[in-house]
Design a binder for this molecule. Structure first.
Ligand SMILES: Nc1ncnc2c1ncn2[C@@H]1O[C@H](COP(=O)(O)OP(=O)(O)OP(=O)(O)O)[C@@H](O)[C@H]1O
Ligand SMILES: [Mg+2]
Length: 752
């Protein structure tokens, strides 16, 4: 994955990704040193802008590099979309009358046509996008406007390839070439409507992690830092750089700042196409203006910006280059904001003076939607108006044909754009556009390291979560240690030991349930990040698995140390280490199981219900409540999949494996029976008469039951203790693998 820039580009520029030769023209003499560093360049570029314009608003570096220089753009990008149509099937509720009608019809005359008509009763097609065409160019902002529910988000999804191929009709091309999904993923970014960020990281850290994921490994850490600093300035986040993002519980940055951080994450690698769904919603007019201003700068640095927007203010309209007005999935206007007055006066509804054009347009559309004919007249008028405009343009400039607007192939345009500092994700010298940009910026192990670091950082800032878990384990350990204090080797002691082990092993699983909300909360962050290949899903699973290990070791050690000697378990120091290993393996298996569930269930509460229920069944079938040979054959499979069975059998074998140790001697055989209350001399007499009857010599001290016998009685015969330990750990790996597959299947991120 070497970074390449076509051969004709000098090596110095290769090593400076944001460098542009034109920028030296603008620099002050102090800045125009012969071999400037990246940071130097960035700083100087910012200074120049301030000197020249006195403008203090944040600036985009690449933009700065071309300002003031009128030079035709050599690498135009044109994203065209033609006849986009998308519809969904809506199931109607089955009501008794419809059911009845259907049965009736099918029952009487079963012609195929009629049965088809019968199906229509249950599904209806709803057209969300209806034959939408248009075009967006680099350097411009294309804004999609319309009332709520008009299809803005759907159109953005369609363009951003977030609708499954089969469902979307029509074509989307970039510079005349169809857009491959893989290529679009790397050259574009999609900013969702919600801000999904780690609450406990600061703005700077959040952007730095994004830089680690999205920028190539060939870029040094200091350059990544510079890119982040440049971005912070560009987004106007300087004052909030060291503030944590925050969430409902922790006060953090403001809503507008959070919005800009979300945008920052997605533009860190300087994408060629940027999609944004309502980037200004929920912001006050100044913040909204600021966000669009930032977007304008990004566009002018050579990107295509496509966004949806609700009721833009007058100032914002001034920043937009093209508008598409939608009404119920149909285009009612498409063109520049400047043409709006002409369009509406031609339509017979001139925009009154001093009225906000878009507000007027949206109001008029809403009015038409409510009228009997709907917006049909406006849709038709728009079509004819567009045709007229096109033919007028052709008359004025007969040489202009639609294809002449871009004279570079997609591959050339992308490579030219990359060499100019766009798409800072490293390139490989290859022939097809999709292989020119690597799918992932970093190798697996770097992704894992960065993910683990982020996870650690986030959890270190929320120590209460680990604290509560540790407290739960310690309290359970303490209660168990005190109520099972120094168990003896008597028949009662055996029962108590069995109870202790069953409870202790299932506790380790129950305390893992706290892993459930972790992924459920992170899921949408994960989906956003993987949707644009910030990292591999496998790195996420691996780093998640690695990150839990230290805390599991600590918890297991605490629990094992607290209970082993207090309860008086057998085996000395080696016995202790085995006991610790089994507890650790159970924690591992439990946390893997819960993590897997969190990939499957949609809600925390549902997750807890399922975890508690399944763990209760695991405990029921582990062999403590009912021996294996007493479980009905049709339930025996549950015994083998019970996660509690394996650690439970492992610790029992660890406890009772000593062949010389005796648990029931002579008179103790009457314990736990109605003869238990009989005085000891009488028990001795009973024992001797039993001995006579059986022809054996059983005295008051003869060993009747050893540890091995107990294991036999408990049905613990199939696996050795080491195998039980291995199987427990293997379950952990198995569920991690399943988790990976749920992520692969479950986070497609596309509409059907
Ligand atoms: N899967 C679906 N099934 C049925 N209707 C759907 C589905 N997805 C979207 N819609 C409908 O499609 C229409 C367009 O939705 P979309 O989210 O694109 O609207 P929008 O213009 O973005 O609205 P807003 O401004 O409120 O975000 C809405 O009426 C919505 O109810
Ligand atoms: Mg929307």
């Amino acid at each position: 994955m070497s970074r390449v820039v076509a051969e004709n580009i000098s090596p110095a520029r290769d090593s400076i990704p944001f460098y542009d030769r034109r920028q030296t023209m603008e620099m002050s003499p102090a800045c125009a040193s012969t071999s400037p560093t990246l940071g130097h360049l960035l700083k100087c570029v910012g200074d120049v802008r301030k000197e020249v314009t006195g403008d203090e608003t944040p600036v985009h570096q690449v933009l700065e590099m071309n300002e003031g220089i009128v030079e035709p753009r050599a690498f135009p990008f044109v994203l065209s979309f033609n006849n986009l149509t998308y519809s969904v099937k809506i199931r109607r509720k089955m009501t008794f009358p419809t059911l009845f009608r259907r049965n009736n019809r099918l029952g009487t005359a079963a012609t195929s046509a009629e049965s088809l008509a019968g199906e229509d009763v249950f599904t209806r097609t709803k057209v969300l996008l209806n034959d939408i065409s248009g075009e967006a160019r680099d350097g411009e902002i294309l804004a999609v406007l319309g009332a709520s529910g008009s299809g803005k988000s759907t159109l953005i999804d369609a363009l951003a390839n977030r609708i499954a191929k089969g469902s979307l009709k029509g074509t989307v091309t970039l510079n005349g070439e169809p857009l491959e999904s893989r290529l679009l993923k790397v050259i574009s970014a999609y900013v969702m409507q919600d801000d999904l960020l780690f609450p406990m990281l600061t703005v700077e850290e959040t952007l730095m992690f994004a830089a680690e994921f999205r920028l190539p490994r060939t870029l040094s850490k200091s350059k990544k830092k510079m890119r982040v600093q440049a971005l912070i300035d560009q987004l106007g986040l300087r004052n909030a750089a060291k503030t944590v993002i925050g969430d409902e519980g922790h006060r953090g940055v403001s809503g507008g700042e959070r919005r800009r951080v979300s945008i920052g994450i997605d533009i860190i690698h300087d994408p060629i196409i940027l999609f944004l769904d309502e980037p200004t919603s929920g912001l006050d007019s100044t913040s909204a203006f600021m966000v669009v201003k930032v977007l304008q700068r990004i566009a002018q640095s050579g990107s295509i910006v496509i966004m949806s927007v609700h009721q833009p203010s007058y100032r914002i309209i001034g920043l937009l280059d093209r508008l598409i007005f939608l009404s119920r999935g149909q285009t009612v206007y498409s063109g520049s904001p400047a043409n709006l007055p002409l369009f509406f006066s031609d339509f017979g509804h001139p925009i009154p003076e001093n009225e906000n054009r878009t507000e007027f347009a949206l109001d008029l559309i809403r009015e038409l939607e409510g009228s009997p004919g709907g917006t049909k007249s406006l849709v038709e008028f728009n079509k004819s108006w567009q045709d007229l405009k096109r033919s007028r343009a052709r008359d004025n400039d007969p040489n202009q044909s639609p294809s002449s607007t871009h004279n570079l192939s997609l591959k050339e345009a992308i490579s030219a754009s990359i060499s100019r500092g766009k798409l800072v994700s490293g390139t490989a010298n290859d022939s097809s556009p999709s292989s020119m940009v690597p799918t992932f910026a970093n190798p697996l192990w770097i992704e894992m390291a960065v993910l683990s670091e982020r996870s650690f950082k986030n959890s270190l800032r929320m120590p209460e979560i680990f604290g509560i878990r540790l407290a739960a384990v310690l309290v359970t350990g303490f209660i168990l240690a005190t109520i099972f204090w120094q168990l003896d080797n008597s028949p009662k002691g055996i029962q108590e030991r069995l109870g202790f082990f069953a409870f202790a092993m299932s506790t380790t699983f129950y305390t893992c349930a706290d892993a459930l909300p972790v992924f459920l909360q992170e899921r949408y962050i994960f989906m956003r990040e993987t949707a644009h290949n910030a990292y591999r899903r496998s790195s996420y699973v691996l780093s998640k698995s690695l990150v839990v290990l230290p805390s599991l070791v600590f918890l297991s050690l605490a629990f094992a140390a607290l209970t082993f000697w207090a309860v008086g378990l057998d085996g000395g120091i080696s016995g202790f280490f085995f006991y610790f290993a089994v507890i650790f393996a159970s924690f591992w298996a439990g946390s893997s199981f819960v993590t897997f569930l969190s990939g499957v269930v949609p809600h925390v509460m549902l997750g807890y219900t399922i975890v508690v229920a399944i763990l209760a069944y695991f405990l029921l079938f582990c062999g403590f409540f009912i021996n294996r040979n007493r479980i009905p054959p049709y339930w025996i499979w549950f015994h083998y999949i019970s996660l509690v069975k394996y650690p439970y059998e492992a610790v029992l074998q660890n406890e009772f494996e000593e062949p010389t140790k005796c648990f029931v001697r002579g008179v103790q055989i009457f314990d736990n029976t109605p003869f238990g209350a009989v005085p000891t001399p009488l028990k001795v007499q009973l024992l001797s008469s039993i001995s006579n009857t059986l022809g054996m010599n059983i005295t008051a001290t003869t060993c009747v039951t050893t540890g091995r016998d107990i294991l036999q009685q408990q049905g613990i015969t199939d696996l050795s203790k080491w195998n039980c330990l291995l199987v427990t750990a293997a379950w952990g790996f198995f569920f991690r693998a399943l988790f990976y597959f749920t992520l692969l299947l479950g986070s497609k991120n596309k509409r059907r």
